[in-house]
Structure formats: C-alpha cells, structure tokens
Design a protein around this ligand. Structure first.
Ligand SMILES: Cc1cc2nc3c(=O)[nH]c(=O)nc-3n(C[C@H](O)[C@H](O)[C@H](O)COP(=O)(O)OP(=O)(O)OC[C@H]3O[C@@H](n4cnc5c(N)ncnc54)[C@H](O)[C@@H]3O)c2cc1C
Length: 384
C-alpha cells in the first residue's frame, strides 16, 4: 500500500542528506555558481555518504537505494543547489544506472565500483546537435570492424561531459531500423578518437559541467557494447522513466527551496508598517506554492513507489515530472516576486533557483514531450 508517511530509514536518510546539504553545500553554492566551478571537493563527501552509488547493488560497492529514497536525496540536494542535484542525478541515474541495468557481469565488476566510489564520474550521451526530443534521429554511428566498434559523431549537452571519465554513448548500429537500430557503448575517457568538445555556457546550473562529446574514428573493444545489439533505445526508455522521477524531484527541491526562502522573507520584510506576509496577496502566493509543490511530491512519490514495485511507470513518471517542473517554475517565479527587487539580485538564492529550475522543463524530455508521452499512453490504453 502506498504510504504518506516516511519509514524510519527514509527519515534518517532525509535528515542526514539535509544536514549535509546545509552544512557542506549551501554555504558555497553562490560562489560555485558565480565562478561556474565544478565542486570537485564535494565528490569524496558525496561518495562517503553513498550518494554516488545509489543505483548500484551493494555487491558492487553501491548503496542500492530505492527510487523513493533516491527521489528524496535529489529533492534535498536541490533545495540548496540545483547544480549538485543534477550532477548526482545524472551520474547515478543515467550512466551508472544504464550500466547497472544492462551491463553484463564483467562490465558491472569493472565499472560500477569505480562509479560508486567517486573514483570516476559518469556521463551519458544520447542528445546530438540535430536530435533532442526526436532521439530516433540520432546520427552518431557505430560500425563493427573485427573485434572492435568504430564510433563517429557528436553528442550535445552532456552533463559531466568533461569531468566524467566513463561514458555511456548511444549510437546507430542498424540505420534502417531507426530507433530499433541503436546500441549503447561504454567509452572510457582516454580512448583514442574521443575528445571533449566545447563547454556549453548556460542560463543556470553553472556548477554543473555540460559539454559536447566528439567521436572521430573512436575504436572501442567489442566487449564495451552495453546490452543487446540494437537494444539501446529500449534500455534508454527505461532509463528515462527513472530519470523523469529524479529530474522531477530536482524541480521539486528547487521550487521548495525558493518557496521556503520566500516564506521566511515575507515574515521579515516590512512595508507600509507591517510584514508583507500580512497581505493576502502574498499569503495566496505562498499558499499556491505549497499546494502545488505538495501535489508534485505526491505524484513523484507515487511514481517512485510504482517503480520500486517494478511496475511500468512511463505515464506516471511523465505526469510527475511535468507537474513538478511547472509547479516549481511557478514557485520560483512567485518567490522572486515576493522578494521584490532583492529577488532579482544574486544576493538572494531565489534568483539562482529560478535560473536552475528552467532546465527541469527541458532536460530528460521537455514539457511538450512529457505531454506526448502521457497522451500516447492514454490513447494506447484506451484503444487497447
Ligand atoms: C543543462 C542540460 C543538461 C543536459 N544533459 C544531458 C545529458 O547528460 N545527456 C543527454 O543525452 N542529453 C542531455 N541534455 C539534453 C536534453 O535532454 C535536451 O536538450 C532535451 O531533450 C530537448 O532537446 P533539444 O534541446 O534538442 O530541443 P528540441 O527537441 O529541438 O525542441 C525544441 C522545442 O520544440 C519542442 N518540440 C519538439 N518536438 C515537438 C513535437 N513533436 N511537438 C511539440 N513540440 C515539440 C520542444 O518541446 C521544445 O520546446 C541536457 C540539456 C541541458 C540543457
């Protein structure tokens, strides 16, 4: 049965991550954002807490958290810093999660302990300059040559693109089969023919690393094929089901952090001789933020609960991500409004939250793509 309360384990995890985030991340988040600096110093600490091996079974050195727990961790991190949240979410869910899902025993033994311990960060390359929402239009090509695969192409907007050292890359292996002809490969950073392309300068998430990846006759051994030949897209859809829950949780955390900041500010800021929180216009903004964010948390919790029960969550995770991203964006907007002119300055964290939050309406499927996924599922089920 779905629970509205938290188990003791969940409460302990939430409180541990919350204390860590407030002590070790919050004091530096503004500086990391301004310097556009990847917070390397945080990586060993995240690893020590088990937050880099959340999708990794214990036998490979991971902490094997449930999706409910992972969602909670990302929410807590995002409440203080979106960049750290997306770093942890993508490392765990995309690259590491794909190897944990589709890797054979040898691949799991070789890569998962390094990823879980923070010795290596993971990146995952699906998007290309010409294919984003339409992932089936990918052009990166892998051609078999003896006991090797030769990869050519460019990947775009890849999180951990330059700070990562283990990459999962999707490439076309059988072009005539379109999305059913895509295969995943593991590429290590020092592989000849692979290089990091340009750094992407972004609106927000400045302390998260985003780059192009370039493959020019990049040869990987045949054993680096991840999952079945031409089966990469099916695994990608599973990864994205999970990714929507974590990016939705990131949105929730960003919106919640902004809402809490606005709530505190509204009680302190005095205009016309009384705190601005005494005005119903401000109270209603806070009430709307809280109501919409709590609804997001419930949708996310349901999707995570179903995921943990190994149920299909395509529609539920898309609904949760769509709602959470929009609710969080509205919460950030209201939080900036409640802060007035100060909200528009870098001095207050709501400005950064608003910039960071916008990504949640775009990454791992835009709002429009989520609606397409939901509608396709509804119509499919109705007809079936
Ligand atoms: C900071 C950041 C980090 C990222 N990290 C990664 C990563 O680690 N790995 C990775 O592979 N990718 C990553 N991405 C890529 C991300 O997933 C894509 O940007 C996203 O899927 C959208 O693709 P696009 O940018 O090509 O937009 P497009 O697909 O070109 O979309 C442009 C607009 O058209 C709309 N649109 C497209 N098709 C339709 C349609 N059929 N109907 C209605 N509207 C439509 C979209 O909703 C959007 O509004 C990242 C992106 C960013 C910005």
């Amino acid at each position: 049965m779905i629970r509205f309360d938290y188990t003791d384990d969940e409460r302990i995890l939430r409180d541990t991550v919350r204390s860590f985030a407030r002590a070790e991340i919050a004091p530096h988040a503004r500086r990391w954002d301004e310097e556009e600096k990847f917070p390397w110093e945080l990586i060993p600490k995240l690893a020590e807490l088990g937050l880099l091996g959340m999708t990794v079974p214990e036998e490979y050195g991971g902490s094997a958290l449930s999706m409910q727990q992972i969602a909670m961790v990302i929410d807590e991190l995002a409440q203080v810093d979106g960049s750290v949240a997306i770093t942890v979410a993508s490392h765990n869910g995309l690259c590491t999660g794909h190897i944990a899902l589709a890797g054979n025993e040898e691949q799991k033994r070789k890569y998962l302990p390094r990823l879980a311990s923070g010795q290596a960060l993971g990146a995952w390359g699906l998007t290309e300059p010409g294919s984003g929402s339409d992932a089936a239009a990918a052009r990166t090509r892998a051609v078999r040559k003896g006991d090797r695969w030769v990869i050519n192409g460019t990947k775009m907007f890849i999180t951990q693109g330059s700070v990562g050292s283990i990459y999962v890359v999707l490439a076309v292996t059988t072009p005539e089969k379109k999305q059913k002809g895509i295969t995943a490969f593991i590429v290590e950073k020092d592989t000849p023919g692979f290089r990091v392309g340009k750094h992407i300068e972004k609106m927000g998430l400045h302390a998260s690393d985003t780059t192009e990846l370039i493959f020019e006759d990049c040869e990987v051994p045949a054993e680096n094929q991840l999952g079945p030949l031409d089966g990469g897209f099916i695994d990608t859809l599973k990864i994205l089901d999970e990714g929507r829950i974590t990016i939705g949780s990131m949105a929730l955390g960003l919106g919640w952090g902004a809402y809490e900041a606005a709530r505190a500010y509204a009680k302190e800021r005095v205009q016309f001789g009384r705190p601005i929180a005494d005005n119903q216009a401000i109270q209603f903004m806070l009430a709307d933020c809280r109501t919409e964010l709590e609804a997001a948390r419930l949708l996310l919790r349901r999707a995570a609960w179903m995921y943990d029960r190994k149920e299909r969550v395509t529609r539920e995770s898309a609904m949760a991500k769509l709602w959470a991203a929009q609710a969080a964006m509205r919460a950030c907007d209201r939080a900036v409004q409640i802060h007035g002119g100060y909200g528009y300055t870098r001095e207050f964290p709501v400005e950064r939250a608003m910039r960071d939050c916008k990504l949640c309406e775009i990454g791992e499927g835009t709002n429009e793509v989520q609606r397409m996924v939901i509608a396709r599922d509804l119509i499919g089920r109705a007809l079936g």
